[in-house]
Design a protein around this ligand. Structure first.
Ligand code: PLP
Length: 296
């Protein structure tokens, strides 16, 4: 077993060392993955886009009909306490609420006390080498469930999807859905949103049943406006991905990052083939500015 660090976490009203935190084996998070979560990036102990993450957390819990206390000020102070106690200043803080503890039944019990958990870890990515070289990705059929709009702790589909690229020493799995005519269509990565660049425009699929409403979708819309880059949420086909000038990923941990190899083929055209492109460079710069001005 990997030893857990003794960093401070929060569990059900108490702050305690992570390696001492315990929940019941009858917690529905353990039995069913019956819960929702968020990962918020932290820069110099300040959270980036806290309100957007909390708004999505509320939406996920609402869709699961889990009634948790979502008072923003209470969450802010609880998260800040965990962040302050952690040794590294750059972190990914993790928030999870599950339905709570009850005798096992598929039927959702009413009126449970949700289990509330917060922990944090060091934010180590993207590395400088990944910034320069871009990431390698592998494509796979999107075999996950049809509630990708909920940021649920039921992540087995995503975990299995990520293994496909990990087995080939690649950084992320890009998922393609083939149930709709005209496809396969791009959905998202195992733990990221995926973007393509055609003729200077940033294109990505709209959030929905197969695409999580990533906090960076609206952020990128803003950064595109700021940098004069066309931005469009519309269906993206497999052919659009394979013929793109640039492919990018976005997530709380990856920020925005270039994909330079897909299924062993270099992305892009001409002199920029296999290298991060100009739209990436522009958006990365704008992203770093946004971190500085919007973290709390
Ligand atoms: C399945 C999936 N899609 C998209 C994202 C990107 O969302 P965000 O930008 O809010 O991190 C994530 C983030 O972890 C994810 O797990």
């Amino acid at each position: 077993m990997t030893a857990l660090p003794d960093t401070l976490c929060y569990l059900d009203g108490e702050f305690l060392p992570l390696n001492q935190a315990k929940v019941s084996v009858m917690d529905r998070g353990f039995l069913f993955g019956d819960g929702a979560y968020e990962s918020i990036p932290v820069y110099g102990r300040r959270m980036f886009r806290f309100d957007d993450h909390m708004a999505r957390f509320e939406r996920s819990l609402g869709k699961l009909e889990i009634e948790a206390d979502l008072d923003r000020e209470a969450w802010l102070s609880r998260l800040r306490k965990v962040i302050a106690a952690f040794p590294a200043a750059d972190q990914l803080v993790y928030l999870q609420v599950t339905r709570g503890v009850a005798p096992r039944s598929h039927l959702m019990p009413l009126g449970l006390r949700p289990t509330v958990f917060v922990t944090t870890s060091e934010r180590l990515f993207p590395t400088p080498a990944q910034r320069v070289q871009g990431l390698a990705c592998i494509t796979a059929r999107d075999f996950r469930w049809q509630r990708g709009d909920i940021k649920s702790t039921s992540l087995l589909g995503n975990v299995l999807a990520r293994k496909i690229s990990a087995d080939q020493d690649a950084d992320e799995t890009i998922l393609l859905h083939d149930d709709v005519p005209g496809g396969p269509w791009l959905t998202e990565g195992a733990s990221s949103n995926v973007w393509v660049v055609h003729e200077g425009a940033l294109l990505g699929p709209a959030p929905g049943d197969h695409v999580l409403a990533g906090v960076r979708i609206e952020l990128l819309r803003e950064l595109c406006e700021e940098t004069g880059t066309a931005f469009n949420l519309r269906p993206v086909s497999e052919a659009d991905v394979r013929s793109a000038d640039e492919v990018l990923l976005s997530s709380a941990s990856k920020e925005i990052i270039a994909v330079t190899r897909i299924d062993g083929e270099q992305v892009g055209h001409g002199a920029l083939r296999g290298r991060p492109g100009p739209v990436y460079a522009r958006l990365h710069e704008a992203y770093q500015r946004a971190i500085r001005s919007q973290s709390i």
